[in-house]
Design a protein around this ligand. Sequence first.
Ligand SMILES: Cc1ncc(COP(=O)(O)O)c(C=O)c1O
Length: 370
Amino acid sequence: MVELKRFLVPWIDQVKPYDTDDLLIAWSRPELKRMMINENPIPPSEKVIEAVLEAAKLGNRYPDSGPRLRAKIAKRYDLGAENVYISHGSSEIIDMIMRLFVTPGDEVLLPNPTFSLYGIRAKAVGANVVTVDLTSDLQYDVPAMLRAVTPRTKVIVVCTPNNPTGDFIPDDDLMKIVELGIPTLIDEAYLEYHMEHESKAPLIRRYNHVIVAHTMSKAYGMAGIRFGYALGDETLISYFRKIQIPWNTSLLSMAAAEAALEEEEELRRKSAYNNAGVEYVCKELSKVPGLKPYYSHGNYVLVDATDAGATGKEIVDYAFEKSGIMLKAFAPFRGRNGFFRIALGTHEENTLCVQSIKRFLGNRKKEKKA
Ligand SMILES: Cc1ncc(COP(=O)(O)O)c(C=O)c1O
């Protein structure tokens, strides 16, 4: 046996893989309610499934870079096909950006909390991850982010709406970041739930260091099919192509994406279903004394149970054990340890989840009185 450490990149010990243990449990026990990861509870449409089956018949052939699909995506933003890079989900885009811009010891600036994969992929290329806490009302602290920029800052990530907090960054704040001239990823993974909000895609015409990322894993409901895309200046996209793995997007996922783009009504239906779930969960949980749900523009709701006298972990454990509902606890933030996130499920699942949380807190109250 060789001593692998002699050969491994020296920063390997700081890399922790994205935790997918929950998914292993969920797939092995289909009776559980998967409300721990931000999926769409509605399966793909018949048209999407048909398109995938049709594409599978050509599965012996290598795919191209999807010029027709890229042109269709580009048209939505009034851009050209050369401004679009298609990918195996937007996680790949996050990874590509780190590989393009970051060398060991460089800094990647992230808000905290946010989607954990940014930090993981940054560390995988040896970055120092610099996080700036959101404000106490969970908004971007842009002055603090600007102060955290150093000559070694190579990438800034803006997730909008942010996962897990659910809010958009205001335009003037975003522009303060963009104007720094540092490669900036604007991750709009959840934007399609609120089409009344405009994409920041037009920025790529004026700023060649801005990348706008989208995914079909969320409102389109294709997380298992895997499709995402990046919008950027033509030259920036050509750099993506230099380091990309060829055939990164399968014929099946391209076909699914093309079919899904045709179904605007289906997208509206899925978004409306989700948004009704968000309203319901927020309304019900805000009636519980001490519980604070944060209204979200995504398919998740962050809740703070600190003032109700519970930790996020206690609620997550209770919902799992008593109701078979999988939720996600979040690390303590600003001294408050009650944070957990509900990824919206079907309306029935949302109701069960609300009931389970109310029952837990009701029991807790009784225990305290006794
Ligand atoms: C903000 C954000 N960006 C990107 C992703 C990854 O999406 P994809 O499935 O396209 O890789 C997620 C998934 O949860 C996310 O929350």
